[in-house]
Write a protein that binds this ligand. Structure first.
Ligand code: UFG
Length: 350
């Protein structure tokens, strides 16, 4: 069985769907700190498959150990963590504790139960402010905020672990900018409050919930002056996890992989694609640059193609269409409900 931490989150939930579709048995753990139980029901509805769900915080060592006692875990896909850059600057200790301590505890439990295979949810943020694009995995690493530091530090911890004990097998997946939603419209990005990221913000402007988008700067060295990113459909990204899992189950060592499309789009290009997909106007105002933003970031995804046999195939239009469909299916986001007990196979008792 595969243990998925943070499986009710945006990328986690889509990955659960693809793992179930690929025939894997999964155990999902989440504390719903940035998600809600209805997501679990929806994963089940989308796939028509059962799985084990455990509501737990990764800092609850006893409860997590309980999972390893009960289920035969073969590998872990570790998504759980806080991810808001701005918030991480305001409450760094909370970020370090939540993202790093939880990973340390998880790794020690894995070690204890001799489960030494992990796919880790990293980020292109570990490349810091590089101006060498497309970005390759061997580019210099750095971070500019506590969130980025947590990703970088966990990568380092996992490298040290692999050096100390070469029976570990680890894939560090460095995501570029995941957007889009499941084609059913049942799963998608569901941030609390006013979104920080571009796509959730654009979708709220298109739906009329917010008046206009602030475009953070139009004086970057790009074709229209707005920031350029490598947007990747969340389903393509999820399929990358399935491929990475297939590899680590049968190999040893640690490798980092860029999960991106290799194409960069500017903010204005994304606005245009979203207007086209939704048939709605997305009003915007140019405002000063957002502190900490970089000008251009896009991946060289060749290593993932070569070693994992994975490549993103969905276009920016697909991403915008699926995002808009999600907004229409869920005009108020994914509403909180209780877990449908019929759908949950079991839970862990102390
Ligand atoms: N942008 C706007 N207006 C907004 C929001 C974003 O113009 O309201 C612009 C940004 O300036 C940037 C682009 O849209 O040019 C994308 O911004 P996002 O906030 O969506 O994404 P970032 O690239 O800044 O950050 C993302 C993840 C981080 C991760 C980083 C690097 O959110 O977690 O990629 O991988 F660290």
């Amino acid at each position: 069985m595969i243990l998925i931490t943070g499986g009710a989150g945006y990328i986690g939930s889509h990955t659960c769907v693809e793992l179930l579709n690929a025939g894997y048995e999964i155990v999902v753990v989440d504390n719903f700190s940035n998600s809600n139980p209805e997501v679990i029901n929806r994963i089940k509805n989308v796939t028509g498959k059962d799985f084990v769900f455990v509501e737990a915080d990764l800092l609850d060592q006893e409860k997590i150990e309980g999972i390893f006692h009960i289920y035969q875990i073969d590998a872990v896909i570790h998504f759980a963590g806080f991810k808001a850059v701005g918030e991480s600057v305001e409450i760094p200790l909370t970020y370090y504790h939540n993202n790093i301590t939880s990973t340390l505890l998880l790794c020690s439990i894995m070690d204890k139960f001799n489960v030494k295979k992990m796919v880790f949810s990293s980020s292109a943020t570990v490349y810091g402010d590089t101006d060498l694009v497309p970005i390759q995995e061997n580019s210099p690493l750095s971070a500019t905020n506590p969130y980025g530091n947590t990703k970088l530090m966990v990568e380092q911890i996992l490298k040290d672990l692999s050096t100390a004990d070469d029976s570990w097998s680890i894939a560090l997946l460095r995501y570029f900018n995941p957007i889009g939603a499941h084609i059913s419209g049942l799963l998608g990005e569901n941030p609390n409050g006013i979104p920080n990221n571009l796509l959730p913000y654009i979708s709220k402007v298109a739906s009329g919930e917010l008046e206009y988008l602030n475009v953070f700067g139009n004086d970057y060295p790009t074709k229209d002056g707005t920031g350029m990113r490598d947007y990747i459909h969340v389903v393509d990204l999820s399929l990358g996890h399935v491929k990475a899992l297939n590899k680590i189950l049968y190999s040893k060592g640690i490798e980092a992989y860029n999960l991106g499309t290799g194409n960069g789009y500017t903010v204005i290009e994304v606005i245009n694609a979203y207007e086209e997909a939704s048939g709605k106007k997305v009003d915007y105002k140019i405002t000063p640059r957002r502190p900490g933003d970089i000008a251009i970031s896009y991946a060289d995804p060749k290593k993932a193609k070569r070693e994992l046999g994975w490549a993103a195939i969905r276009s920016l239009d697909d991403m915008c269409r699926d995002s808009w469909n999600f907004v229409q299916v869920n005009p108020n986001g994914i509403k909180k409900t209780n877990i449908d007990k019929k759908l949950v196979v079991s839970s862990v008792k102390k």
